[in-house]
Design a protein around this ligand. Structure first.
Ligand code: C2E
Ligand code: MG
Ligand code: MG
Length: 726
């Protein structure tokens, strides 16, 4: 691996950048020097300071590579730890200082500056994992060495005891020397566990005198949190026919403190194989144990809120999903604060951090009742793991409680902050699912909660997901469909009600989809608006409709219907609209008076500035403007007066209530007649949409409505059908 210029940590998709450092790997050399100074003299090693530095340079290089590598491998730390011990760095102080110098000095030496957020967290968590694995490699290598030493002692005990039986004093004396002088704690007990002899090291380790320990049962040394009776170890040895057993065990000091030990228990048999003594050798590893615990805590917790971090969360989720019991269920509530960025940006990161801590505390209170795991995933994202989960309702209860716990404003640095959150809830049986599936579902569901209006939870729904995937697929294939000519137009007559003359036709777009057949515009116009494809699609519709209309004009000059084309809001806001329309008119040679553009009420009413200018420009060119689906939006008639509008297309919902005179809905009828007369006052013509019966047509004509459109009059059809009306 070379260069630190732009690396992306595996799986995070985000990056960090290095400050300009003049190339090469200057950080490695400098760090090795700092490291060498820090540990010099902590262990006895036959190395000069230059040799020490070069030895550490190699190790530093391996650690830095591991830290920045695309695929992170914490095992490197373990190997470095072992390498240190093998080079005779065996004192806990060397380990302690090494871990500290890695934590405090490594990143600054590399000159890395981190992009805010999870990248820094990712890097810190990698470093902590490397520190942890280094400590465990160190510990294990040390243990292996100790084991070798212990074996030598065991042999001596055996020999001494055997020889003692023959009262060989010299040998007894030799045993005494080894036994008493050993730095490691040694105890000898009879097969029933009664202590016969201990050395000073063991007595001091546990806070006794040697005399006090003689005669005690070894079980009385056991720490209450240790599951196995000490006596059982001996029985296991005897039963298994093994000569020694290796364990990590907690003993209890006389002051009640726990002492973590590496314990090697050996069985000594007499000549005929009957167990005679048990010899146990104890190495005090409490400090190492505590260091490892601290490192593990560091690697699995978020420094700001002290909550478990994503590493620990994924560990627990993994465990929950690996359960053999297929009836178990698991729930995940994935929580993201609403608008947290605003707090950060306006009040500063300090306040933002304090807010996160306050929220973490609220959530802790709320999950502690059920004993669920709460983790901070990074930034303003938290997650609650409900494992096992009783049922979907109980996971939802947890989400509800979390939202409720945020209701009270949070007071920070004189600010009263109102916070809310959105939560994606996934709850399912553990069988047949994976961590990746659960998290993907949680992510999607969180997005639903956000888009459904925030400050709420949403529950994962596979059908909604399938619908969205289908929508997404449809939307992604639309541009190609436009290129391949899969869209086509149908035309529906606009009929003058007094004499049933077809005065215009509305162009309606359809999509001949290769898999789904002909799709109605309701299925894809909305999507095209979201993606912006509506602009090129709308341009195509307009050109196609104008070409067709020109053909009708050529066939029946002066008598052919005008063509009415729907315009989406987004098209009105497109700055190229006026240019596109006039280019299409001049290319097709269609007279502007033969074109009508339909806009929805909300598109027109909400417009100001350039969109409104465009509308005026189009009207000035002689194009008719119609308000589509009138009555479903703002219905602000007085505002309409100031707009260049010619026609109102009355929404089909008003027409529905119109039946034969005696059965007609009086309210709908009143509305229609009022709208018609108001429109006429404003000099607008009225077209009624959705006429499905003769009664409706009749009532509308009686109420003075000018034009009609609907299945009763004519269904949308191909362009040839239009010629038949003309
Ligand atoms: P719209 O502009 O209100 O178009 C009229 C819709 O009412 C058409 O549906 C038409 O088929 C339907 N319709 C006609 N007569 C009746 C009737 O008697 N009863 C009922 N229930 N419905 C009737 P369609 O073709 O599905 O179009 C739906 C909407 O899609 C249109 O509503 C329009 O808003 C939009 N749309 C269609 N083509 C385009 C286009 O090229 N561009 C844009 N931007 N939108 C379009
Ligand atoms: Mg329309
Ligand atoms: Mg309409």
């Amino acid at each position: 691996m070379t260069g630190l210029d732009h690396r992306t940590p595996a799986g995070s998709g985000r990056g960090w950048v290095a400050l300009p450092s003049g190339g090469g790997r200057p950080g490695v050399d400098t760090f090795a020097r700092v490291w060498a100074t820090t540990i010099a003299g902590t262990s006895y090693v036959p190395l000069s300071s230059t040799e020490l530095e070069s030895f550490l340079r190699d190790l530093a290089g391996r650690i830095i590579d591991a830290l920045l590598d695309d695929t992170f491998d914490p095992q490197v730390g373990y190997e470095v730890g072992r390498t240190l011990v093998n080079a005779h760095f065996t004192s806990p102080e060397t380990l302690g200082r090494t871990v500290a110098v890695l934590g405090n000095r490594l990143l600054p030496q590399l000159g890395l500056s981190y992009v805010e957020g999870p990248d820094a967290a990712e890097l810190a968590s990698r470093l902590a994992m490397l520190q942890g694995s280094l400590a465990s490699g160190f510990a294990e290598a040390l243990r292996d060495r100790t084991l070798d030493e212990q074996e030598a002692i065991r042999q001596a005990v055996l020999l001494a005891r055997e020889e003692a039986q023959y009262a060989l004093r010299a040998s007894e004396a030799r045993f005494r020397a080894v036994f008493a002088g050993a730095a490691i704690g040694i105890g000898i007990a009879d097969p029933d566990g009664r202590i016969l002899e201990v050395n000073q090291a063991l007595a001091s380790m546990l806070g006794y005198t040697v005399n006090e320990m003689r005669g005690l049962n070894i079980n009385s040394l056991r720490h209450p949190d240790e599951p196995i009776e000490m006596q059982q170890i001996f029985q296991e040895l005897a039963a298994g026919g093994r000569d020694h057993i290796f364990l990590e065990k907690r003993l209890m000091r006389t002051d009640g403190q726990a002492v973590w030990t590496h314990l090697t228990a050996s069985l000594i048999r007499d000549e005929d194989g009957t167990p005679r003594y048990q010899v146990a050798m104890f190495e005090d590893v409490t400090e190492r144990h505590q260091l490892q615990e601290r490192l593990r805590h560091q690697a699995t917790h978020d420094p700001l809120t002290q909550l478990p971090n994503r590493t620990l969360f994924f560990e627990r989720l993994n465990e929950a999903l690996r359960s053999d019991d297929p009836t178990l269920r698991v729930g995940v509530c994935y929580l993201d604060l609403d608008g947290f960025k605003v707090v950060n940006d306006s009040l500063g990161h300090d306040v933002g951090d304090q807010l996160l801590v306050a929220i973490a505390n609220r959530l802790v209170q709320c999950v502690s009742v059920g004993g669920h795991l709460l983790a901070r995933m990074g930034g303003d994202e938290f997650v609650i793991l409900v494992a096992p989960s009783r049922d979907t309702a109980s996971a939802i209860e947890v989400a509800d409680a979390a939202l409720r716990s945020l209701e009270e404003p949070v007071r920070i640095a004189g600010h009263e902050l109102t916070v809310s959150a959105s939560i994606g809830v996934v709850e399912r049986p553990v069988a047949g699912t994976s961590v990746a599936e659960v998290m993907k579902a949680a992510d999607i569901t969180l997005y639903w909660a956000k888009s459904d209006g925030r400050n709420r939870w949403a529950l994962y729904d596979p059908e909604r997901n399938a619908r969205e995937v289908a929508r997404y697929t449809l939307s992604a294939t639309m541009p190609r469909a436009l290129e391949r000519g899969e869209f086509f137009l149908e035309y529906q007559p606009l009929v003058r009600l007094t004499d049933r003359t077809v005065i215009g036709v509305e162009a309606l777009v359809r999509w001949r989809h290769p898999q789904h057949g002909v799709l109605r515009p309701d299925r894809f116009i909305g999507l095209a608006e979201e993606t912006g494809l509506i602009v090129p699609l709308g341009r195509w519709v307009l050109a196609e409709a104008c070409r067709e209309a020109k053909r009708w004009q050529q066939k029946y000059p002066g008598q052919a219907p005008f063509v009415s084309v729907n315009l989406a809001v987004r098209q009105l806001h497109d700055r190229g609209l006026v240019g596109d329309v006039s280019a299409i008119l001049s290319e097709t040679g269609l007279d502007p008076s033969c074109l009508q553009l339909e806009l929805t009420e909300s598109a027109v009413m909400g417009s100001a500035g350039p969109p409104l200018d465009a509308l005026h420009e189009l009207a000035r060119m002689g194009i008719r403007i119609a308000i589509d689906d009138f009555g479903t939006g703002y219905s602000n008639l007085s505002y309409l007066r100031r707009l260049p509008v010619h026609t109102l297309k009355l929404d089909g919902s008003f027409v529905e209530g119109l039946r034969p005179e005696d059965a007609s809905d009086p309210v709908d009828e009143k509305i229609v007649s009022t709208l018609v007369s108001l429109a006429h006052t404003l000099n607008l013509t009225v077209t009624a949409e959705g006429i499905e019966t003769s009664a409706q047509e009749e009532r509308l004509r009686d109420l003075g409505c000018d034009c009609g459109q609907g299945w009763y009059l004519a269904r949308p059809g191909p362009p040839e059908a239009v010629l038949a009306f003309s």
